[in-house]
Design a binder for this molecule. Structure first.
Ligand code: ZN
Ligand code: ZN
Length: 247
């Protein structure tokens, strides 16, 4: 392919560099995506991993960060007032620097190499609960949004988690309205904006799906998607996001 594409010496040199870089990636130790430090394996070095904004205590249902841990089985005030349709949330990190920057770079800067790094940060928490789920369902983007971005970051994360866990990725839901641009809207508007945003396009093909997304803010997207999956007959739904933003 390189020879077909390389029609000038400069292009040939560029194509060669690409191939060498790819081979180096296969053969040499990886560089940490946060500091660039070379390390024997993995995407994030020990020092950066330690310094990341990990969530110490959170509601086990909605993943909202809390000042103190709650007794097992007790949900946060929001979940008690308005129980979510999903039963648990894995969201290991605060949506703070450098996690927010990495997620934005993945989404808007097309830095797809960040997907396995970010997915690896949620992996330990997922592995503790992986037996609770039988499939991964990435939050779909509206088709025009996906076409203009060229990829869906939630799918990229789900594909990486599939490689780590062997849980199948199910593409059984479509977003039938462009509702992604939720920032700046108040909670009530977000909620009404998302009603009916998803539609099943195939049978769920699973009983215990885990919704996958990059970041949870108010949780309205995951509520709506979980309700859609439950209406399609799944037994229960969980949610995994890399980070949790304070609403
Ligand atoms: Zn590092
Ligand atoms: Zn909660």
């Amino acid at each position: 392919m390189a020879s077909r594409l390389a029609q000038t010496p400069a292009m040939f040199a560029a194509a060669t560099r690409q191939v060498v870089k790819h081979l180096q990636g296969l053969l040499l130790p990886a560089a940490c995506v946060f500091c660039g430090e070379t390390q024997a394996s993995g995407h994030v070095c020990h020092g950066c991993r330690t310094d990341l904004p990990w969530i110490a205590c959170s509601c086990e249902c909605c993943g909202t960060p809390l000042a103190r841990s709650l007794p097992t089985g007790v949900r946060c005030g929001n979940c008690q007032q308005r129980p979510p349709p999903f039963r648990a949330t894995i969201a290991p990190l605060h949506y703070d620097f450098p996690v927010d920057a990495a997620i934005k770079a993945l989404k808007f800067g097309r830095r797809l190499y960040l997907a396995p790094a970010l997915a690896s940060l949620a992996l330990p928490a997922l592995l503790r609960q992986a037996h609770d789920y039988d499939a991964l369902v990435p939050v779909p983007l509206y088709r025009w949004r996906r076409a203009s971005r060229g990829f869906n970051q939630a799918e990229e994360l789900a594909n990486c988690l599939h490689r780590f866990t062997a849980l199948p990725v199910r593409h059984c839901v479509a977003r039938i309205r462009a509702t992604e641009a939720q920032s700046g809207l108040d909670a009530a508007t977000r909620k009404s904006n998302l009603r009916g945003a998803f539609r099943m396009i195939a049978a769920p093909g699973c009983e215990r799906p885990l919704i996958v997304d990059d970041v949870m803010t108010t949780g309205e997207t995951c509520r709506e998607l979980a309700s859609t999956l439950l209406a399609a007959g799944v037994r229960y739904v969980g949610v995994l996001t890399i980070a949790h933003a304070s609403p």
